[in-house]
Design a protein around this ligand. Structure first.
Ligand SMILES: *Cc1c(COP(=O)(O)O)cnc(C)c1O
Ligand code: SF4
Length: 353
């Protein structure tokens, strides 16, 4: 893991320019994202009535797909694995036993507004509910951000909680997608975290560098490439084609800036539940400086049952990956079980996990 230089020049607080800045290119791209499923189908040359129940599912969780991601989908293919991650379908409106609104128990682990503390030594900050894409399998698709996030940028209670616990060495920014926030706000938060002496690492879980590569601009690299804390980005890419241009260049720039890049994928039926796709995902990522982290079993969120892959099949795929790839390219197969002290690994023998 690359170590980061100590930042020796830092603008004193309160001297940031307050003049209005022009809207960054990435924010314009985000504002221009496709927000209705008919347009999405039409742009891919697919019939608007191809997907039964699409509008009802869209009403439950609104469609959002940026142009740059659309450009990596295959026109005319209703089963394109990138499209399937973003296209609403009728199955989402079907109730399935065991599929609930908060399958990972985050509500119960909130210790301050926006702060989740479940695992030893690390805490999770829910920074924003916004995302560049609305993934249909999302485990937070029903999470009530308005109710559980602090008022705009009021991190005082969360930071005080962290500061009072010497065993916390890592803060994880989560969401939504933390990189949906402006660099001014993120840089300010990173600076405040760096002032907490026992913290060593700032980890950001994000899909933005992959989904909206415009996000990786000079402003982001500016604060991410410096500071006292080690910066880790955990990308969420599920299919090797998500790493295609222009995401490849964005990831290279992040790696060059000294940011450690990891990838966490969700195992998704019809999208990446085959050995060739999973192997290509790890190898394509590694070529760009991204190491595999987790291969996650789906969290059982209401409306996502059609994406689930059985535990037996997941283990079979894991074993096949292990047989095919060098050890460092094999992600840990895991699932989140509420109340457990960490993610539960599914890689031991079937009788034990
Ligand atoms: C997944 C998760 C983490 C991070 O766990 P790692 O195994 O360190 O990646 C931390 N807190 C919560 C609440 C999580 O769900
Ligand atoms: S980017 Fe992450 S948080 Fe946002 S919709 Fe997709 S899976 Fe959910």
């Amino acid at each position: 893991m690359p170590t980061k230089p100590i930042m020796i020049t830092r603008e004193p607080r309160g001297t940031q320019p307050s003049a209005p800045r022009s809207t960054p290119v990435w924010q314009q791209a985000l504002a221009g994202a496709i927000r209705d499923p008919d347009t999405l189908l039409q742009r891919l040359g697919l019939a608007p009535d191809a997907i039964p129940g699409m509008q009802a599912a869209h009403q439950l969780f609104r469609t959002r797909v940026p142009e740059s991601y659309l450009a990596r989908m295959r026109p005319g293919d209703a089963h394109d694995p990138l499209l399937l991650q973003a296209l609403p379908r009728g199955e989402e409106t079907h109730e399935q036993p065991g599929f609930t609104s908060d399958p990972v128990g985050d509500h119960d682990a909130l210790v301050a507004p926006g702060l989740v503390h479940k695992y030893h030594g690390r805490v999770l900050l829910l920074t924003t509910g916004a995302c560049a894409i609305h993934c249909r399998y999302c485990f937070r698709r029903e999470f009530d951000y308005a109710d559980h996030s602090p008022a705009r940028d009021d991190w005082n209670a969360a930071l005080a909680y962290i500061a009072g616990r010497p065993e916390i060495h890592e803060v994880i920014l989560s969401g939504g997608d933390p990189l949906a926030l402006s660099d001014q706000r993120l840089a300010r938060l990173a600076e405040r975290l760096a002032d907490i002496p026992q913290l060593q690492r700032l980890r950001i879980h994000t899909r933005l560098p992959v989904i909206l590569p415009e996000r990786v601009d000079a402003d982001l690299l500016g604060w991410l490439g410096q500071g006292r804390l080690q910066h880790i980005l955990v990308l969420h890419a599920n299919h090797p084609r998500e790493f295609a241009a222009p995401a490849d260049q964005a990831l290279r720039r992040l790696a060059e800036a000294g940011v450690t890049l990891l990838n966490q994928a969700v195992l998704l039926a019809g999208i990446n539940d085959d050995i060739d796709t999973l192997a290509a995902l790890q190898e394509t990522g590694f070529r760009l400086g991204v190491l595999p982290y987790y291969l996650h079993q789906l969290d059982r969120t209401r409306g996502t049952a059609h994406f689930e892959v059985s535990t037996d099949r997941a283990r079979e795929l894991y074993r096949a990956l292990h047989a095919r790839l060098p050890g460092y390219l094999v992600p840990r197969l895991a699932r989140e079980i509420p109340g457990e002290p960490g993610k539960t690994l599914l890689t031991s023998s079937p009788s034990r996990a």
